[in-house]
Design a protein around this ligand. Structure first.
Ligand SMILES: [Zn+2]
Length: 280
């Protein structure tokens, strides 16, 4: 279409942040740090390369995802362990915090709950910031690699995309069929993944993750959590995913419990206060 005469004027309008976050409930990071200081390790699972593992974290505990043998990204799903209908809401977390999450930001749950499920308390990659391409780490802009998109674009039948890895892990953990487990899998927090949108075409891009063995992302569980983490078949996601071509490494998940009473009168956040009458 031909440009209107005032096209440049329209483009020059300054953006407005959709959800100014000054009124978001602020996590008590000092309390979390104090509680973490005296915490003891109570569990560990390994997500093997091109596989996923489930883990459970009680409200008030911490979980740490660590890169172990080589640069590796992970796809993380979270559910309320007592109500699987409450799950991580990637899109709203993105709207509230931005395209990538770091320390002090939260993984929010789906409607009608919309409350913090987990709060990031430590991120060894927080120095990365936003690079010259607009890339950053721990994104909530991608979805999860899946066999359907591969089939759509290339006619492939690949079974170790994160979507399938998560589906198998959840089916095993909850002792259900793949058909029952698959609808529980949802869009992820792409842990350690370095992504952005190309400035010229707006396309989703990935690049080699800056993660190195020893780097970790640690979160505080705001509610009782069932988690599932997939060691993405893309490895560090420098070249491709949805295949067995990339070098792929395990990811470690450790769970830490604070000392008795360390959280004082802290309690899980309440579910969202909207009355759900929807105008009726
Ligand atoms: Zn993946």
């Amino acid at each position: 279409m031909p440009e209107p005469t005032d096209a440049d004027v329209r483009r020059a309008v300054k953006p407005v942040v959709c959800y100014p976050n000054e009124t978001l409930p602020v996590p008590d990071m000092d309390l979390y740090r104090t509680a973490r200081d005296g915490a003891e390790k109570v569990g560990e699972v390994i997500a093997p390369p091109r596989e996923a593992a489930c883990f459970r974290v009680a409200a008030g505990q911490f979980f740490r995802i660590t890169s172990v043998d080589g640069p590796q990204v992970g796809d993380l799903n979270l559910w309320n362990a007592n109500d699987l209908g409450e799950r991580f809401y990637s899109g709203k977390s993105r709207a509230l915090h931005g395209t990538h999450l770091t320390t002090g930001e939260r993984m929010w749950s789906s409607f009608p709950y919309l409350r913090p499920m987990a709060t990031i308390v430590e991120d060894t990659l927080d120095w990365y910031g936003i690079d010259q391409y607009g890339g950053s780490v721990h994104d909530v802009i991608g979805t999860r690699c899946d066999p359907y998109t591969g089939n759509l674009l290339a006619g492939s039948q690949y079974h170790h995309c994160c979507h399938s890895n998560l589906t198998r892990a959840v089916a095993d953990e909850l002792e259900m069929s793949l058909e029952e487990a698959e609808p529980l899998v949802h869009d992820v927090l792409n842990v350690f993944m370095c992504t952005g949108f190309t400035r010229d075409t707006g396309q989703y891009f990935m690049k080699a993750s800056p993660v190195r063995p020893g780097d970790y992302l640690e979160l505080f569980a705001e509610v009782d959590l069932l988690g599932a983490l997939s060691a993405c078949p893309g490895g560090d996601c420098s070249a491709e995913h949805s295949s067995d071509a990339a070098a792929c490494y395990p990811l470690k998940v450790e769970v830490f419990a604070p000392a008795e009473g360390a959280l004082g009168d802290w309690a899980s956040p309440p579910v969202n206060g909207y009355d759900r009458t929807h105008g009726r």
